[in-house]
Design a protein around this ligand. Structure first.
Ligand SMILES: Cc1cc2nc3c(=O)[nH]c(=O)nc-3n(C[C@H](O)[C@H](O)[C@H](O)COP(=O)(O)O)c2cc1C
Length: 355
C-alpha cells in the first residue's frame, strides 16, 4: 500500500529523503552470478549527480554508493542486495524561511494534506534526490540485462523547446546535456543560461531506446510492457507524459501509415516502439518522457501557508534550472528495471520442449 516497492520478480524497495541521513534501495529477486561492483553503480550515479551542467543544482553530493549485502567477490549471490548512499551535502537552511509555505508546482501541499506532516527540508521524499535509489537499482538491472546483450540508453530529445536535428549516439556522452546533436547542445546551453538569469526554469523531453530485447516480454492484460513502462516513467517526479513509438503522432496517422509492415526479415518500420498488444516484438523499444519545468523558481509566485493565509514565495534553495539532463539516467534506470523484471517473468513461464 505505501507505494515504495516496484516490480514483480526483480523487486525494489527504495527509502530515504533529500536531507535525511541517506537514501537507498533493497533489491529482492536479482538472480545469482551476475557481475556487480560499486564501480558499476557509481558510474550510473555520476550521471545523475548535480553540478554537471548549467541546468543542474550547485548541490555537490559525492553520491558514493555502498553495497551493503547480496554481492560476494564481485558477483551477486541471489540474496537481497542493499545499496546505500549517504547524504553529505544537505543544507537545509535555505528551506527554513519556507518551512510553512507550499511551493507552487511541488508536492509540499499534497504531502501536507495526505500525511498531516512533511519533511520540508529539500522536499523530503518528493525531492528529485529520491531518484538516487532508483538509479542505483537501475544499475543492477542493467548489469543483468548486459549479460543478455540487452542495452538501454537515454538521450535528450528536447530542452526548453530546442529539439535535436541530427542524431549521433556517439556524442551523447560528449556534451553536458546528453544530446545526440552537438549543435543543439550548444543552443540548449545558451537557453539554460538565459532562463537561469531570469530566475525561471524549463522542461524538455527524454528518449530511451532499448536494443536487443527479445520478443515475448510483457504480460497482458494489466501488466503490458507499455503499461509498465508508462507507470515506471510517470512515477519519476516532474514526468508529465509518456509516449511509446509514434506516440501522440499515431493519432494523426492513417492505419496504412502507422502499421509496421512485416517481412521475413523483420518489421519495415517501428511506429509500435517495439511493443504490440503489450508484448515486445523484438524490435527496439522506443519510449519518451515529457518533463515539466522545475517548480522551485526565483520568480515570486502566489501561494498560501499552512494556516491557509495568502503569501508569496521565491524559492532560494539549490535548484536545477531543468530536471534535464540529470533525469536522463533516471529514465534509463526505470526502463531497465521494467525490462529486467519482465525478462525474469518470461523466463519463469518459458516452455521448453526438452523439459
Ligand atoms: C532528477 C530530478 C531533479 C529535480 N530537481 C528539482 C529541483 O532542484 N527543484 C525542484 O523544485 N524540483 C526538482 N525536481 C522535480 C520535483 O521532484 C517534482 O516536480 C516534484 O516532486 C513534484 O512532482 P510532480 O512534478 O511529478 O508533480 C527534480 C526532479 C528530478 C527527477
Amino acid at each position: 500500500m505505501p507505494g515504495n516497492t516496484f516490480g514483480t520478480l526483480f523487486r525494489i524497495t527504495t527509502w530515504g529523503e533529500s536531507h535525511g541521513r541517506g537514501l537507498g534501495v533493497v533489491i529482492d529477486g536479482c538472480p545469482p552470478r551476475i557481475p556487480l561492483d560499486e564501480e558499476m553503480i557509481q558510474s550510473m550515479l555520476n550521471r545523475r549527480r548535480p553540478g554537471g551542467s548549467h541546468a543542474s543544482t550547485p548541490r555537490r553530493e559525492p553520491d558514493s554508493a555502498v553495497i551493503m549485502s547480496g554481492v560476494f567477490d564481485g558477483i551477486t549471490t541471489g540474496t537481497p542486495i542493499m545499496i546505500m548512499v549517504e547524504n553529505r551535502d544537505a543544507d537545509s537552511t535555505a528551506y527554513e524561511p519556507h518551512a510553512e509555505l507550499f511551493r507552487p508546482g511541488h508536492g509540499d501541499i499534497t504531502y501536507q494534506v495526505k500525511y498531516g506532516i512533511r519533511d520540508w527540508r529539500g522536499g523530503g521524499r518528493s525531492s528529485g534526490r529520491e531518484t538516487v535509489a532508483r538509479v542505483a537499482a537501475g544499475a543492477v538491472a542493467k548489469a543483468l540485462l548486459l549479460k543478455e546483450n540487452i542495452e538501454i540508453s537515454a538521450y535528450t530529445l528536447e530542452l526548453g523547446g530546442i529539439r535535436i536535428e541530427t542524431f549521433n549516439m556517439d556524442v551523447v556522452d560528449k556534451n553536458m546535456f546528453y544530446s545526440p546533436d552537438m549543435d543543439a547542445a550548444e543552443r540548449m546551453e545558451a537557453r539554460v543560461i538565459q532562463i537561469k538569469e531570469l530566475g525561471d526554469s524549463i522542461g524538455g523531453i527524454v528518449a530511451v531506446i532499448a536494443k536487443g530485447v527479445p520478443a515475448g516480454l510483457g504480460d497482458p492484460v494489466f501488466d503490458k510492457m507499455d503499461a509498465d513502462l508508462a507507470k515506471a516513467l510517470m512515477s519519476i517526479g516532474a514526468v508529465k507524459g509518456v509516449e511509446i513509438g509514434a506516440g501522440f503522432e499515431a493519432a494523426k496517422k492513417q492505419g496504412s501509415e502507422n502499421n509496421d509492415p512485416i517481412t521475413a526479415d523483420g518489421f519495415l518500420s517501428n511506429n509500435a516502439g517495439g511493443i504490440l498488444a503489450g508484448i515486445t516484438n523484438g524490435d527496439d523499444i522506443v519510449v519518451r518522457a515529457a518533463v515539466k519545468p522545475i517548480p522551485s523558481i526565483l520568480i515570486e509566485q502566489k501561494t498560501i501557508d499552512q494556516s491557509g493565509k495568502s503569501r508569496t514565495i521565491s524559492t532560494k534553495g539549490r535548484h536545477d534550472v531543468s530536471a534535464i539532463p540529470r533525469i536522463n539516467v533516471v529514465c534509463e534506470a526505470m526502463v531497465s528495471l521494467v525490462i529486467a523484471d519482465h525478462f525474469l517473468r518470461q523466463r519463469a513461464i518459458q516452455w521448453n520442449e526438452s523439459t
